[in-house]
Design a protein around this ligand. Structure first.
Ligand SMILES: NC(=O)c1ccc[n+]([C@@H]2O[C@H](COP(=O)([O-])OP(=O)(O)OC[C@H]3O[C@@H](n4cnc5c(N)ncnc54)[C@H](O)[C@@H]3O)[C@@H](O)[C@H]2O)c1
Length: 365
């Protein structure tokens, strides 16, 4: 089984590529180049024990190829854990296209990329990620069927992501307060974009006392007025009296500086990579008696939505599957307490255990 280590610690420049793949147990990397369209991409298939590797394509102006490689290795491995802990029959993969998403896009580039995705014969299924729009994916789909998140298909994943985040938050409340009711609980939501707004809607329905912040003033005002949430400042959010902190915008907001300020007893939000350093801050959160709902388990609604498209399942199925995040988070928190190990480590272990056990099922009879 692959070791759970901080891939950020790795100095890729000093390590050959296959050594990096070996370190984190990646199955395959596909380097894609096409001079005519300017396509430069890397597709990483981390693990396909549970099923085809699913993960989005990111388009980013990486400073160099090593940065792109590091990102795709890290992100693809993360997808393996997310897909596994969510009980999906999917492995983990990711793709990065190196280039400026504002100036380098073209139909030809994305169709060429689609050809590369297709060359993997279904081992990798792609979707949208940072820098990629539905129209880009439509071009990809002209050359391959191994793509999800197309216009008119499973649609915006945000309601499913928000629902999973909401039920997982309730599971944390049950452990921390003895009841999963959020009525009257003070919840601070950082970022009221796609996911944050749906989360606020659920919280408002349940009668939580909601505090919100966002860099986009018009959205902030609209969400506050619609759901009766109180607006707080961008930095003030870390200092307010609250029960639950729900980061739904940025990563790394749980760090040395904010941990001394956060007065909540639960951290549960949709943002990716909330702990600035898993090892240090995962432990620090536990030592403060806070419950941290591991982000990749809590925000899995998005990938659940993609899976429903892969399998031709309904949006009701996706919502139902996202409900299971309640049980997953409850298990993580219980095991974390019983074993006195930070929640993120338990979540990683659970993901690995499922891969190990289902891997045995797949052995030939
Ligand atoms: N959309 C999904 O289904 C999904 C799935 C899994 C994970 N996530 C993660 O959840 C988070 C939110 O996703 P989203 O789709 O709602 O994104 P979004 O871009 O729609 O919303 C993010 C919001 O955060 C605000 N924001 C940005 N910087 C901020 C800051 N410094 N302080 C306060 N607010 C700030 C933005 O103005 C925006 O309104 C992201 O981290 C994303 O990676 C989303």
């Amino acid at each position: 089984m692959f070791e759970v280590k901080n891939i950020e610690d790795t100095n890729l420049a000093e390590n050959p590529v296959i050594a990096q793949m070996s370190k984190y147990d990646h199955e395959q990397l596909l380097f894609c180049n096409d001079n005519a369209t300017g396509l430069k991409a890397i597709i990483a298939v981390h693990n396909t024990v549970l099923g085809p590797a699913l993960g989005g394509t990111r388009m980013w102006a990486y400073s160099d190829e090593m940065e792109a490689l590091k990102d795709v290795l890290r992100l693809s491995r993360g997808m393996t854990y997310k897909n596994s802990i969510s009980g999906l029959n999917l492995g983990g993969g990711k793709a990065v296209i190196i280039g400026d998403a504002r100036s380098m896009k073209s139909e030809a580039l994305f169709r060429r990329f689609g050809k590369f995705v297709n060359s993997l014969g279904g081992k990798y299924i792609t979707a949208e990620d940072v820098g990629i729009s539905p129209i880009d994916m439509t071009w990809v789909s002209m050359e391959t069927n191994h793509v999800v998140g197309l216009p008119g298909k499973s649609g915006d994943p945000s309601p499913v992501t928000a629902h999973g985040t909401y039920v997982g938050m309730k599971a944390c409340a049950k452990e921390q307060f003895g009841s999963d009711s959020l009525t009257g609980k003070k919840v601070a939501v950082q970022g009221v974009g796609h996911v944050g707004e749906y989360l606020v809607e659920s919280l408002a329905k349940e009668g939580a006392e909601i505090y919100i912040t966002d860099i986009h003033e018009p959205t902030l005002k609209r969400v506050a007025e619609t759901f009766g949430a109180k607006v707080v400042g961008l930095d003030e959010i870390y200092d307010i009296d609250m029960d639950i902190y729900a980061p739904c915008a940025l990563g790394a907001t749980v760090n040395d500086e904010t941990l001394d300020r956060l007065k909540c007893s639960i951290i549960a939000g949709a943002a990716n990579n909330q702990l600035q350093n898993e090892t240090i801050h995962g432990k620090a959160v536990m030592q403060r008696g806070m419950i941290y709902a591991p982000d990749f388990a809590l925000n899995a609604g998005g990938v659940i939505n993609c899976y429903s498209e892969v399998k031709g399942l309904s949006s009701q199925w996706a919502m139902g599957k996202a409900e299971e995040i309640y049980g997953t988070i409850a298990n993580i928190v219980k095991r974390s307490k019983a074993e006195n190990v930070p929640t993120y480590q338990i979540a990683n272990k659970m993901a690995e255990e499922r891969i190990a056990s289902i891997g045995k099922v797949k052995l030939p009879l």
